[in-house]
Design a protein around this ligand. Structure first.
Ligand code: CGF
Length: 838
C-alpha cells in the first residue's frame, strides 16, 4: 500500500465524498443505478419485484454507511458488546421497518411515486424471512430492534438456513407442509462475507500431552466444515447507530474430495460437499419440543463454535488480558439451544489459549447468561452422552469435568443428599445417559432469567428449584416485550398517526411510556369515533385479504375474534373451536327474531402445527370442518363465520392484529411461559380473553382485570384438578359440551376418525389441559364479551385504556432491564454525521 492508513482513509473518503443524499433525485438515482448495475434489468421497464430489490439495495447502501461507522466506532473505543445467540430469528419483512427506523418512508414513497411505483405494493413483494418457529424467534427479532434503538452495542448470531419454517397450505382441511426456499429471489439485505470464515470440527478424538508439567488435551482428526458469515444491518429507530445480525452458512472445507475424485469416484466427492452444506439447510420446525436428532446438535455446535471464535477474535484485536473479557463481552443464550457455546468457550480457553481451569471458568461464568422459555418437560433439551461423545468428544470430557467439580461442591454442602445430587447433576443416569442442557446452562451462567413473573416464579419453584436454593440470586425475571416500531407504527400506521396527533408528537414511538397520556381521551367522543374508524378500516383490509386467501366473505360489522399462534394442545385452540360449535348450535336453535339480537362474530384461528404433531393437526382439521359447515349455513348467515387463516407468519400478523377486537390467550394456567402476541394485541386496541397465565397476569395488573375477560383455573389449582380428573373423580361433562361432542362425533363437521381419540379422551376425563374443566367459565367470559361489545362506548374505552397502559410491554423496557442487571453494558451513541455530510 502506498498510503499510510489515515491518508488512505482520507483519500477513500474523498472519493466517496459524502453519505447518500436524502433528496428525491438522490433517492431515485440510487434506485435506478441498482436496477441498471446490480440487477442488470432494463431501465425502461422493471417489474414491481425488480423495483423492490433495487429499493432494498439502495436502502442497504444507506444502512452500510451507518453500520460501518458504528462498527468502526465500537472498535476504536473498545466498548463492551452484547452477543445474542439464538438458533432462531423471526425477522419478518425488513423494508417498511428499515424505512421507518431511518425516518425515510415519506421520502422514498414520494421518490418512487414520481417514477411510477407504489411503495405499499413494493412492501408486498418482499419475502417474509421466517427463520424461526414462533415466540422465541420473534422475541429475538424484537430484541435486535430495541438494542439498536437504545444504542447498545450488540450483535445477533444465528444460522442462515436455506429453508425457513415450512409454508402451510390447507388441502381438504388438512395441513400440508411446503418447503420455504426463501432465498430463491436473492436476499438484498445481507452482505456475504467470504473473508469471515472458520473451520468447524466434528467427530475425531482427543489426545493428551504434557506441557510445562501440565496435562493438556487437544482435539484432533474427524471432519472439518467451514462456517461463512452473512451480515444483515440492524438499524435502530431515530439513531445513527446500526447493529449487526451475523448468520452462518455451512460449506465444505474443500470443494471436492480430491482423493475420491482422482479415483474416479465423482459421486462420493460430491457427497461430502453436500453433507457439509446440509448442516444449515433447514430450520427444525418444532416449537416447545425437541427431537434429539444428530443434525440438530450439529447445527447447534456449528453455529456456536463459529460465533465463539468470532467473538474471541474481535476481543483479541483490542485486548491482551483475558481477565478483561467479561468487561468486553456478554453472551446471552436464547434457551438451551446454544448451550454448547459455553463448553466450546471453555475448550478454547483451556486447550488453545492455555488458561488454567479456575481462570477459564471464572471468565466463562462472568460472561454467559441464559434465558429459559418454557417449563414444558418435552421442551427441555437433553442430549445422549453417546451422541455428544461421538460428535464432540472433547466437549463430553469437559462436561464430565464441570459436573465432577460441581457434584463435589454439592456433596460438601449437602452431605449424603444423593437425591439432590442426582437432580442437580448435568447427567441424567439411565440406560441411555443424557446431558441436561438446562442444568449446564445454569451452571455456566452468572444469571438465568424467566420471561414473565409467573413463569420465573414457576421455574424457581419447580424445574430449577434445587438450583434456586443453591444459587439464590441467580434466577431472576425479565418479562418479555415487543417492539412498538413494528407492532404499532408499521403494522398499524393509522393508529400510529392518531396517537401522534393526540400526543402532539411522535416521540412515543421510541418511548412508549408516553402513550399513558392517551388515558385522557378514553371518554372523548370525537377521539373514540376516530378510534372506531381506524379499527373499521383495518377490518376492511383484513376482510379483503381473507376473501383473497380463503375465499370467504366476512362481514365488517361483526366482532373480530382472533387466536393466532402455534397450534398446541396447551394453547387450547380446541377449547376455542368447541365453544364456536356451541355458539353455532345455540344460534341454530334460535328463532329468526332472536338471531337478530346475537352479536355477530368472525372467529379467526391461525397457526402452524409441528409436522409430526398429530393432535395439533387434528385440531386444524376440525376448525376447517366447522368453517365449511358454519360459513355455508343459510340459517346462520353473517351471525357467525369461522376462518382458518393459513400460513400464519409475521407479515400475516401485521394485518391480523390491527384488525382484531378480541384475542384469545387461553392456555392452561402455568403452561405458557409468557406469550408475546398478547402484548401486540393490547397495543393495537384489542381486548383479551384469557387465563391467568404467562404475561397475561402482568397485562391484567397494568390494564386492570376489569378491562379484560379473565377466566379459568388458576395456576395453584391446576395440579389438584388434574389429579382429580385422572383419578376418575371428575365431574359429569357439562351438558352443552356433551352436545358439542355428540355433534362432532356424529360427523356434522366432517371426518370423525382423526379427532375421535381426542374427544374420546376428554369424555373419559383424560383431560391434561383442563378443557372440560375450564369450559363453563370460558362460556361465561364469552357471554360477558358479547354484553360488553353491545356497548360500543364502553368497549372502545376499554380498548383505549389498554393501549394507554401497555408501555410495560415494550421490548425497550425489557432490554433496559437486561442491560442493567445481566449484561452490565452501556449505551454508546455514534456521533451523527453533520448535515452537509448527510
Ligand atoms: O417462547 C416460547 C415460544 N413458544 O417460543 N417458548 N419457547 N420455547 C413460549 O412458549 C412463549 O410463552 C414465550 O413467550 C416465548 C418467548 O419467550
Amino acid at each position: 500500500f502506498i498510503y499510510h492508513n489515515e491518508d488512505k482513509a482520507q483519500k477513500i473518503w474523498s472519493l466517496m465524498q459524502t453519505y447518500q443524499g436524502i433528496d428525491q433525485k438522490s433517492i431515485q438515482r440510487s434506485i435506478v443505478n441498482h436496477v441498471e448495475y446490480t440487477l442488470a434489468m432494463t431501465r425502461f421497464n422493471f417489474s414491481d419485484f425488480g423495483c423492490y430489490q433495487a429499493t432494498a439495495f439502495s436502502l442497504r447502501d444507506r444502512l452500510l454507511e451507518s453500520w460501518n461507522d458504528t462498527n468502526q466506532y465500537f472498535t476504536t473505543h473498545n466498548v463492551k458488546r452484547v452477543y445474542y445467540l439464538s438458533l432462531e430469528f423471526l425477522l419478518g419483512r425488513l423494508m417498511q421497518n428499515t424505512l421507518n427506523n431511518i425516518n425515510m418512508e415519506k421520502n422514498y414513497r414520494e421518490a418512487l411515486m414520481d417514477i411510477g411505483y407504489d411503495l405499499e405494493r413494493l412492501y408486498d413483494e418482499e419475502v417474509d424471512p421466517a427463520l424461526g418457529n414462533g415466540g422465541l424467534g420473534r422475541l429475538a427479532a424484537c430484541f435486535l430492534d430495541s438494542l439498536a434503538t437504545l444504542e447498545v452495542p450488540a450483535w445477533g448470531y444465528g444460522i442462515r438456513y436455506d429453508y425457513g419454517i415450512f409454508k402451510q397450505v390447507i388441502r381438504d382441511g388438512y395441513q400440508c407442509e411446503i418447503p420455504d426456499f426463501w432465498l430463491s429471489g436473492g436476499n438484498p439485505w445481507e452482505i456475504e462475507r467470504p473473508e469471515v470464515i472458520y473451520p468447524i470440527r466434528f467427530y475425531g478424538y482427543t489426545e493428551k500431552y504434557e506441557e510445562d508439567g501440565v496435562e493438556r488435551a487437544q482435539w484432533k482428526g474427524g471432519e472439518i466444515v467451514m462456517a461463512k458469515a452473512y451480515d444483515t444491518p440492524v438499524p435502530g429507530y431515530n439513531t445513527f447507530n446500526c447493529n449487526n445480525l451475523r448468520l452462518w452458512k455451512s460449506l465444505p472445507a474443500r470443494e471436492f474430495d480430491f482423493q475420491s475424485f482422482n479415483k474416479g469416484d465423482y459421486l462420493s466427492s460430491v457427497e461430502s460437499k453436500q453433507r457439509a452444506e446440509y448442516i444449515t439447510s433447514v430450520l427444525y420446525p418444532n416449537d416447545n419440543s425437541e427431537e434429539g436428532k444428530e443434525l440438530r446438535l450439529k447445527q447447534q455446535y456449528f453455529f456456536c463454535s463459529a460465533t465463539v471464535r468470532d467473538v474471541i477474535r474481535r476481543f483479541k484485536k483490542n485486548n491482551s488480558d483475558w481477565k478483561d473479557f467479561p468487561n468486553k463481552a456478554a453472551l446471552q443464550l436464547n434457551d438451551t439451544h446454544p448451550a454448547i457455546a459455553a463448553v466450546e468457550f471453555l475448550r478454547i480457553l483451556i486447550d488453545e489459549e492455555k488458561l488454567d481451569w479456575g481462570e477459564a471458568w471464572k471468565i466463562l461464568h462472568s460472561s454467559f447468561s441464559y434465558t429459559n422459555h418454557t417449563v414444558l418437560p418435552e421442551a427441555l433439551e437433553t442430549w445422549s452422552v453417546g451422541l455428544i461423545n461421538h460428535l464432540l468428544p472433547r466437549h463430553m470430557e469437559l462436561i464430565y469435568l464441570i459436573n465432577h467439580f460441581f457434584m463435589d461442591e454439592v456433596a460438601k454442602k449437602y452431605p449424603g443428599d444423593y437425591q439432590r445430587m442426582q437432580e442437580m447433576s448435568l447427567i441424567a443416569e439411565g440406560d441411555d445417559k443424557k446431558v441436561r442442557m438446562a442444568n449446564l446452562c445454569i451452571l455456566c451462567s452468572h444469571k438465568v432469567n424467566g420471561v414473565a413473573e409467573l413463569h420465573t416464579k414457576l421455574i424457581q419453584e419447580t424445574i430449577f428449584k434445587r438450583f434456586h436454593e443453591y444459587f439464590p440470586n441467580k434466577i431472576e425475571n425479565k418479562t418479555n416485550g415487543v417492539t412498538p416500531r413494528r407492532w404499532i407504527h408499521c403494522a398499524n400506521p393509522k393508529l400510529s398517526a392518531l396517537i401522534t396527533e393526540a400526543l402532539d408528537d411522535s416521540e412515543w414511538i421510541g418511548e412508549l411510556e408516553r402513550v399513558e397520556y392517551l388515558e385522557n381521551f378514553a371518554e372523548d367522543e370525537e377521539f373514540i369515533q376516530k378510534w372506531i374508524d381506524i379499527k373499521k378500516q383495518n377490518k376492511e383490509k383484513l376482510a379483503a385479504k381473507i376473501e383473497e386467501v380463503v375465499g370467504v366473505k366476512i362481514p365488517i360489522n361483526a366482532l373480530y375474534d382472533v387466536q393466532i399462534k402455534r397450534i398446541h394442545e396447551y394453547k387450547r385452540q380446541l377449547m376455542n373451536i368447541l365453544y364456536v360449535i356451541h355458539r353455532y348450535l345455540t344460534i341454530k336453535d334460535m328463532s329468526p327474531a332472536d338471531r337478530e339480537k346475537v352479536v355477530p362474530r368472525v372467529v379467526i384461528i391461525g397457526g402452524k402445527a409441528a409436522p409430526g404433531y398429530h393432535n395439533a393437526k387434528a385440531i386444524i382439521k376440525l376448525v376447517n370442518g366447522v368453517g365449511d359447515i358454519v360459513n355455508n349455513d343459510k340459517d346462520i348467515g353473517d351471525t357467525l363465520k369461522v376462518i382458518f387463516y393459513p400460513n400464519y407468519c409475521v407479515s400475516a400478523a401485521q394485518t391480523l392484529i390491527p384488525a382484531s377486537e378480541l384475542s384469545q390467550h387461553i392456555s392452561t394456567a402455568g403452561m405458557e411461559a409468557s406469550g408475546t402476541s398478547n402484548m401486540k394485541f393490547v397495543m393495537n386496541g384489542c381486548l383479551i380473553i384469557g387465563t391467568m397465565d404467562g404475561a397475561n397476569v402482568e397485562i391484567s395488573e397494568e390494564v386492570g382485570e376489569e378491562n379484560m375477560f379473565i377466566f379459568g383455573a388458576r395456576v395453584e389449582e391446576v395440579n389438584d384438578l388434574r389429579n382429580r380428573l385422572f383419578s376418575g373423580e371428575h365431574k359429569p361433562i357439562d351438558r352443552r359440551l356433551q352436545r358439542v361432542f355428540d355433534s362432532i362425533l356424529s360427523g356434522t363437521f366432517g371426518d370423525v376418525s382423526i379427532i375421535y381419540p381426542i374427544i374420546h379422551n376428554l369424555m373419559e376425563g383424560k383431560d391434561y389441559y383442563l378443557v372440560t374443566e375450564d369450559f363453563d367459565s370460558y362460556v361465561k367470559a364469552q357471554n360477558k364479551v358479547d354484553d360488553t361489545y353491545r356497548d360500543q362506548k364502553k368497549w372502545n374505552m376499554m380498548s383505549i385504556l389498554g393501549v394507554s397502559r401497555s408501555a410495560k410491554f415494550s421490548s425497550d423496557r425489557t432490554i433496559e432491564e437486561y442491560c442493567e442487571s445481566i449484561w452490565k453494558v452501556d449505551r454508546v451513541p455514534i456521533p451523527t454525521p453533520n448535515d452537509t455530510e448527510r
